[in-house]
Ligand binder design. Structure first.
Ligand code: HEC
Length: 205
């Protein structure tokens, strides 16, 4: 019996030692393009489900009507689109470079098959070590429900909601990237387009 217990203790110590060496000798993946660690996805999913199952499952604070979906679209294009994409638009450079990849919420199933409380929790609290930010304190509870109802109904949005999503069609990140892509000549000599864009900006007074 003593030998058996000793065996288990040595086994555990050996396992912990190997884990330590795996990380400290630089075998663990660091770059976003590196392949995942063994069991990484499985364990992360299991941990998330086990945790979320223990939480209360609140019902949505707002109905999925057009007013709320349009308000959700405003939040989405400002805070989410850089990573999660817009309907019919190509993935951003940011989305391409992330690990894990942010799911495209307006393509395929997205999170339309998830319960709203689950999406609400993820937007409020984020998902650690994935790049998914928690928006608690940055967005109001109502705004989080509005954007939740939007992505829940991503497969059946109406034209006005889609129009709001694509209006301006420039998350801060893609705006920055457009600027970087602009040729110096274009910047030096504002084209008609640029000029009108500037004029369109509301002036103070
Ligand atoms: C900086 C990039 C980034 C931003 C900004 C971002 N997300 Fe995410 N989001 C991610 C990543 C990466 C994941 C994937 C996490 C994973 O694999 O578990 C994710 C996951 C999610 C999920 C869970 C998807 C699933 O299949 O379970 C939801 C819902 C979500 N995001 C909604 C939002 C909303 C709504 C916003 C804006 C308020 C937002 N995200 C902003 C990167 C981002």
């Amino acid at each position: 019996m003593r030998g058996f217990v000793l065996g288990i203790v040595i086994g555990i110590l050996l396992f912990l030692g190997c884990m330590y060496l795996y990380f400290s000798w630089g075998f663990a993946p660091v770059a976003t393009s590196a392949s995942p660690m063994p069991l990484e996805r499985k364990l992360a999913r299991a941990a998330q489900h086990a945790y979320l199952d223990k939480l209360p499952h609140p019902t949505p604070l707002v109905p999925a009507d057009e007013v709320n979906l349009i308000a959700g679209a405003k939040v989405y294009k400002e805070q989410c689109a850089t990573c999660h994409g817009l309907p019919g638009e190509p993935k951003s450079a940011v989305a391409h470079g992330m690990f894990p990849a942010p799911p495209e919420l307006f393509k395929g199933v997205g999170v339309t098959d998830d319960e709203p409380w689950e999406t609400y929790w993820k937007v409020e609290n984020g998902i650690r070590l994935t790049g998914m930010p928690g928006f608690k304190g940055q967005l109001t509870e109502k705004q989080i429900w509005q954007v939740t109802m939007l992505v829940k109904n991503a497969d059946k949005i109406t034209e006005p909601v889609k129009k709001e999503l694509l209006a301006g069609n420039s998350t801060p990140m893609s705006m920055a990237m457009d600027d970087m892509g602009g040729t110096p000549a274009k910047e030096a000599k504002p084209t008609k387009e640029n000029k009108t864009a500037k004029e369109a900006k509301p002036t103070k007074k």
